[in-house]
Design a protein around this ligand. Structure first.
Ligand code: ADP
Length: 401
């Protein structure tokens, strides 16, 4: 049984073809810089070298067409007949409050997705194009939508509401949605396995720290709060995003710069802030770490701010969960930066959170515990695998239908 996972981002399409008998990747790749002259296609099949070539793709529809044509190539492709694919799983960034779980695509679902265009305008129209391209190229093969927001739909109203006039919620759907749900869910399930507990009995704090970062409080296997909000801008200090700030700062900036447009403001907060904004160097953590080693003070400040924001969320969620089984770190920074993990948990011994510094510093790409033997709350590193989670969800939805 093969499952194709398609991830249409703002300017790229990534794909992974899984064999679900082994849950192993057969082939994977991406089309990057869609619509630009430098657009390229990078792909790899298990046991072969990566191939990279320039390509001419105007939009996401063409990018998905290119990928599927290549997968079906009689000489080099991984699929001989489209019927080998049981289901296509599409990663969808934002399902608004319309979608609280993964769904099989039909005309009603597509209409519902169209209604979500305005909440995530940089992504959802591209997701839609991806679905239509798949329908054209792989006719009759079912598609499933897996939403980044769905796992967070269990939050209680007092956690997801913003205290602005209620009509903005009713009319404009303004509320906290949360993101990275597929990743938080995947590491929660892995953590349950490693702790030998049922998911329904698990209380954990999951820290997805990458270019975009979010922390989630999970009680009895269900999300009760998460740091990202209406959009992925809220919460922690991130690579280029500001995270939580006093909203009056925006009003202040606008009053000082009356000509600033909403697009420029969006750009300032999403693309010029975070590690990049503070350091003036880069939004990439590896560059920040190198600059700190070279004595750069603003890089150090940016690093400290990121760790401090993570620690604040860990402590807040400890408070609302009361009993916590484990804290899990995942994604690019969470999996690879022992210093960020250490700093985010520094001084929390009294809460029962103790990292074993030696174990934490050991390089590894495996799932592992990094807390001391006597740490009341376990601290873990679990590499995320959003693609596999989407593949699993797609099969589950298919079976239920
Ligand atoms: P995305 O949110 O785009 O999926 P990732 O989860 O891939 O991002 O995380 C990217 C971040 O992880 C970057 O800031 C990168 O510098 C950081 N990162 C990757 N490897 C390391 C490492 N060895 N040490 C510190 N940071 C790392």
């Amino acid at each position: 049984m093969k499952v194709l996972v398609v991830n249409c981002g703002s300017s790229s399409v990534k794909y992974t073809l899984f064999s679900m008998t082994t849950e192993k990747k057969i082939s994977w790749g991406l089309v990057e810089c869609i619509g630009l002259p430098e657009a390229y296609y990078k792909r790899q099949t298990l046991g072969t070298e990566e191939i990279k070539s320039l390509c001419k793709v105007e939009n996401h529809f063409q990018a998905v067409e290119l990928i599927i044509k290549d997968l079906l190539n009689p000489e080099t492709g991984s699929i001989k007949n489209i019927d080998e694919i049981s289901v296509i799983g599409h990663r969808i960034v934002h399902g608004g409050d319309k979608f609280s779980e993964s769904v099989l695509v039909n005309e009603d679902v597509k209409a519902g997705l169209k209604e979500c265009f305005s909440i995530a305008p940089l992504h959802t129209p591209h997701h839609y194009s991806g679905i239509e391209a798949v329908e054209k190229m792989l006719p009759g093969i079912p598609s499933v939508l897996v939403f980044d927001t769905a796992f967070h739909q269990t939050m209680p109203d007092y956690a997801y509401m913003y205290a602005v006039p209620y009509e903005y919620y009713e009319r404009d759907h303004v509320r906290r949605y949360g993101m990275h749900g597929t990743s938080h869910k995947y590491v929660m399930q892995r953590a349950a396995g490693m702790l030998g507990k049922k998911v329904e009995e698990l209380n954990i704090i999951t820290c997805h720290l990458g270019n975009g970062s979010s922390i989630t409080a999970i009680k009895n296997g269900k999300v009760i709060d998460t740091s990202m909000g209406f959009t992925p801008l809220a919460g922690l200090v991130m690579g280029t995003r500001c995270g939580d700030i006093d909203p009056a700062v925006l009003v202040h900036i606008m009053s000082k710069n009356p000509k600033i447009t909403s697009e420029e403001m969006n750009n300032l907060l999403n693309k010029q802030s975070g590690l990049l904004g503070i350091s003036g160097l880069s939004g990439d953590m590896r560059t920040i770490v190198k600059a700190i080693q070279a004595g750069n003070k603003r890089a150090k400040l940016a690093f400290d701010m990121l760790c401090y924001s993570a620690k604040k969320y860990i402590c807040m969620y400890y408070g609302i969960l009361n009993h916590v089984d484990a804290i899990v770190f995942t994604a690019g920074i969470g999996e690879n930066s022992p210093t960020v993990r250490e700093k985010s948990c520094e001084g929390l011994d009294n809460l029962g959170i103790k990292i074993d510094v030696e174990v934490n510093n050991m390089p590894s790409s495996e799932e592992r515990f990094i807390s001391t033997a006597d740490s009341k709350i376990k601290v873990m590193v679990i590499p995320t695998n959003e693609e596999l989670m989407i593949a699993r969800e797609s099969i589950k939805v298919l079976a239920n239908n």
